[in-house]
Design a protein around this ligand. Structure first.
Ligand code: PLP
Length: 654
């Protein structure tokens, strides 16, 4: 029996898929803790649980966003490494030069880190709004890095880009709408100089899945082929064709199926060749974003996964564009990509604590003196279930010719029958409320006992559906100290899946099934969809809470889009965040601490004045003191609580 029910970290690793999606950054150690290898396979690791404990020691309370800047750098290196290998393999006579789409994560330390780490590759930035342009212009001081200007553009946006060129930057204004060309012409005339110009093409190749509508004839962005031609002719007329340098396309985020990308690349490659034939100097082909992340490690063309690797992606881009250029004798362009998700997803880990759990974890109620027959029947049934010796041979005969599974099923039928009897007896007045409670408890205890017995069965044992459903019937709600609207909004908005798992106790069998409910008073505030190798499961294997011990959960791969899309629902603000770097001599350093929003800050965001709110309450408590309803000491305590809350984060204190 011991052999069948023992549990190892390898079992946890397989259960949570860690070795599939976590590679090479996340795994487990012998203590059953998640460990982080921020430099991938180049050495150095941190025990995530020890790290959280030490950060808590610095007064950084949960929920806590831990950003591993080494991972960000490693992702950059992998992206460039993949393109360098592909360029060498296919003898591509050109370069790769990427940019980071700022909209993916605009946090100052994140953008700064990417610019700094990306310097050796002249890695650039992509902006989609005036505010993002300001970030990009200011932070990107490498004259060889590209600054791709996307999004809708007014005259001021365009003039800013033109002047930035004189500042020594390399802005490329990408024409997304047919009417933008006139604004570029006007601004260039007024300033006596043009920006580098790009054209975003609407491709007919369609991506599948969530972002499929980002392309095709009715897409929001990009020029149709007739518009591309009109634009080229307009630029030629006014003498700006020499500034047309870049062709851009973007077929949507999280491309699941590489076949879609190949179609798009072929189409874009031909358009690029035609543009050079029309006399534009060109030089850059920008394949946009969309490089996907394998959130569930299944390597499939499903929503939470991709059927290709980073290297496959780079190979396809390089090989396809080469094939398009070679027959035409066209010089292969510098390849640009705007990969956001693929760069920024891995580096941040959200750790939150569980405040409590609902659901059924009953212990056997002690027998009462002269207990009712119905209750004694239920008690006997529980004893029968517990006595069944599972293990050994899967079809283990019980000595009376019936298999273990058959005997469990029979005992469960009995338990259900006795529970029904108890309910009837209660209705007829033969059973008291405490007795009915005992009956229900005994039924749940039997249910738990069966679930435990099922775990002991050898894998492959055929289990009747009714029994299979019991563990789910016991599932609990785990109350999470977080707001999904703030920290993982895509789980709510677009059913995005992220890997979620406890970061400790992984050497212990998780004996419960559960889902998470967050702090908001919103029934959508939950995490109830979990990765399951290409599928989705509604319940996650979790551990029973131990009194006085924390239970810490990690949400992984959420570094892209979550922070900025998060909102203040119920006035839960940003969480504490830290930037961690591996230190040269082992261990780590805390590079930046970004304190989460205080209650005062979220109130101010809604135009409330915290001092004014406090003052009104002070007056109200003076009146209550005057009426004799409130003691002065209680008024002082009330005001102290309110003042302290204003200074603290919006989350619950452990
Ligand atoms: C959003 C966006 C990106 C980034 O897409 P990812 O899927 O995060 O790589 C790149 N380019 C454009 C034009 C975008 O709108």
């Amino acid at each position: 029996m011991a052999a069948a029910t023992s549990w190892s970290i390898a079992d946890s690793s397989a259960l949570y898929g860690l070795e599939r999606w976590g590679e090479p950054y996340f795994s487990m150690n012998a203590r059953g803790h998640v460990i982080v290898q921020p430099r991938g396979d180049r050495g150095g690791s941190l025990d995530l649980v020890d790290l959280v404990r030490e950060l808590q020691g610095r007064d950084l309370t949960l929920p806590l966003l831990i950003r591993f800047d080494d991972i960000l750098e490693d992702r950059l290196e992998r992206l460039h490494g993949a393109f360098e290998r592909a360029i060498a393999q296919y003898g591509y006579d050109g370069r790769y030069q990427g940019v980071f789409p700022v909209k993916c994560n605009q946090q100052r330390h994140v953008v700064e880190q990417l610019v700094e780490s990306g310097h050796r590759w002249h890695f650039g930035l992509e902006a989609g709004s005036k505010a993002e342009l300001l970030i990009a212009l200011s932070l990107l001081d490498d004259p060889d890095a590209l600054l791709i200007c996307n999004g809708y553009k007014d005259r001021r946006y365009i003039e800013t880009a033109i002047l930035a060129r004189r500042l020594g930057r390399q802005p490329v204004v990408v024409i997304e709408q047919a009417d933008e060309v006139e604004r570029i012409i006007a601004a260039s005339g007024a300033l006596g100089g043009a920006p580098f110009i790009g054209i975003r093409a609407k491709l007919s190749a369609r991506s599948t899945g969530r972002w499929g509508s980002s392309v095709g004839e009715r897409a929001k962005f990009g020029l149709s082929i007739p518009d591309v031609l009109t634009t080229v002719e307009r630029l030629r007329e006014v003498g700006l064709l020499d500034d047309l340098r870049l062709l851009h396309f973007h077929i949507g985020s999280q491309i699941n199926d590489i076949a879609v990308l190949k179609d798009a690349l072929q189409e874009a490659g031909q358009i690029y060749a035609e543009l050079t034939r029309l006399g534009a100097p060109m030089g850059f082909l920008d394949v946009g974003g969309g490089l996907g992340i394998d959130y569930d490690g299944s390597r499939t063309a499903t929503a939470a996964s991709t059927n290709y690797s980073l290297q496959n992606y780079a190979n396809d881009v390089v090989a396809t564009i080469r094939e398009c250029c070679e027959p035409h004798g066209i010089r292969p362009p510098t390849l640009v990509s705007e990969s956001g998700r693929a760069l920024a997803s891995h580096f941040s880990v959200l750790v939150f604590d569980v405040l409590g759990a609902g659901g059924h974890t009953e212990s056997l109620p002690p027998p009462a003196e002269g207990e009712a027959l119905i209750l004694r029947n239920l008690r006997d049934t529980h004893a029968v279930i517990s006595a069944i010796a599972v293990g050994g041979s899967p079809e283990g005969e019980g000595g009376d010719g019936r298999s273990v599974v058959e005997r469990l099923q029979e005992a469960w039928n009995d338990a259900l029958k006795f529970k029904e009897d108890a309910l009837n007896a209660f209705r007829l007045g033969y059973l008291s409320l405490p007795e009915r409670a005992t009956a229900e408890r005994l039924t749940w205890v039997s249910c738990q006992a069966i679930a435990r017995q099922l775990e002991g069965l050898a894998t492959g044992t055929v289990i009747p559906q009714e029994l299979q459903a019991l563990p789910a019937a016991l599932a609990g709600t785990y109350y999470a100290n977080l707001s999904v609207f703030r920290s993982a909004p895509d789980t709510w908005a677009i059913d995005q899946l992220f890997p979620v798992l406890p970061i400790h106790r992984l050497d212990e069998r998780p004996t419960r099934l559960g889902s998470f409910a967050d702090l908001t008073c919103d029934s959508d505030g939950k995490i109830a969809r979990f990765i399951d190798r290409g599928q989705v499961k509604p319940l996650l294997e979790l551990h029973s809470l131990r009194p006085g011990e924390p239970y810490w959960i990690g949400l992984f791969l959420g570094g892209a889009y979550q922070e900025v899309m998060g909102n203040l629902h119920n006035l839960f603000g940003s969480t504490n965040a830290v930037h961690i770097r591996l230190a040269a001599g082992g261990g780590y350093r805390v590079d930046h601490v970004v304190r989460g929003n205080t209650n005062a800050e979220v109130l101010e965001a809604m135009e409330h004045d915290p001092d004014l709110l406090l003052e009104r309450l002070r007056l109200a408590s003076e009146q209550a003191i005057g009426r004799g309803d409130l003691a002065i000491s209680d008024a002082r305590r009330l005001m102290a609580h309110l003042r302290a809350s204003l200074e603290q984060t919006t989350y619950l204190e452990a």
